[in-house]
Design a protein around this ligand. Structure first.
Ligand code: 5GP
Ligand code: 5GP
Ligand code: 5GP
Length: 208
């Protein structure tokens, strides 16, 4: 039987809380298009192996091409904003994500499909709404890691992984939320393996 080679096992769909990116030591710069909405933004869609390792920078012959996603630009600016300094439009962030991660799933998703699929996931997974419904608000208060995980698990139906960073005062805060997606990029799945990294048991959900 012929089969298409499968060069990864699943994706991590990773969203970032802008308030936490900005509160950390590296600080942040708003994009040239203006301050993003107070919502989770996309960081990336990352091919991964079920042993926890991952491929990266898989195809130097398939560089980022802005013209292939011109129809997605306004949605990208809204849902996949860059917070790195100096301020940019987002193109450098998207180029980095495509070249480091997207090229490793190019057998499944071409460049347009990669970005479109990731935007579709963001539309399906409204983390902020799920957290707010559970009384977990971006107001600078501390919440238990277990309650945050449970709210997402109950609201989305799949177990998340929470990545924390530290603010300039040393508080552990809610930085990124990982969910797992099948190799088509369309369906959430339970994670075959979780990333590593520690949070405090109580973590801050800062304002943005
Ligand atoms: P950090 O070292 O800040 O956790 O991650 C730096 C970068 O390495 C991430 O933005 C991402 O590009 C990549 N990375 C980190 N952990 C993982 C992982 O578990 N899977 C994949 N596919 N990439 C990762
Ligand atoms: P990673 O390799 O961690 O997936 O990608 C992080 C790279 O994208 C870094 O070079 C970082 O400076 C850049 N970058 C640009 N905008 C952002 C942003 O809003 N969030 C994060 N985490 N990285 C960004
Ligand atoms: P358990 O499997 O008992 O829930 O957690 C085992 C360890 O992993 C505990 O130290 C717990 O704090 C940590 N942990 C559980 N879930 C997460 C998570 O989503 N993110 C992070 N960073 N640590 C977690």
């Amino acid at each position: 039987v012929l089969c298409v080679s499968q060069d990864f096992d699943f994706f991590y769909f990773v969203q970032q809380w802008p308030g936490s990116y900005c509160d950390s030591k590296q600080s942040c710069c708003y994009p040239t298009t203006g301050k993003p909405a107070a919502d989770f933004g996309i960081h990336g869609l990352w091919p991964n192996y079920k042993d926890g390792s991952y491929p990266s920078n898989c195809d130097p012959n398939n560089p980022f091409d802005q013209s292939e996603i011109s129809d997605l630009t306004s949605s990208m600016q809204k849902n996949w904003p860059t917070l790195a300094c100096p301020s940019g439009s987002g193109l450098k962030f998207w180029e980095h994500e495509w070249e480091k991660h997207g090229t490793c799933s190019e057998s499944v998703l071409d460049q347009h499909a990669y970005f479109q699929t990731t935007l579709n996931l963001k539309r399906k997974v409204n983390l902020l709404q799920v957290l707010k419904s559970a009384g977990i608000q971006p107001n600078g208060e501390f919440y238990s890691l277990a309650n945050i995980r449970e709210a997402i698990q109950n609201g989305i139906g799949y177990t998340p992984w929470i990545e924390c960073n530290v603010d300039t005062s040393g508080n552990s805060q809610l930085y990124q939320v990982y969910l797992c997606v099948d190799t088509s990029g369309s369906n959430l799945i339970e994670c075959p393996v979780f990333p590593n990294g520690k949070c405090g048991s109580q973590i801050e959900f800062p304002t943005f």
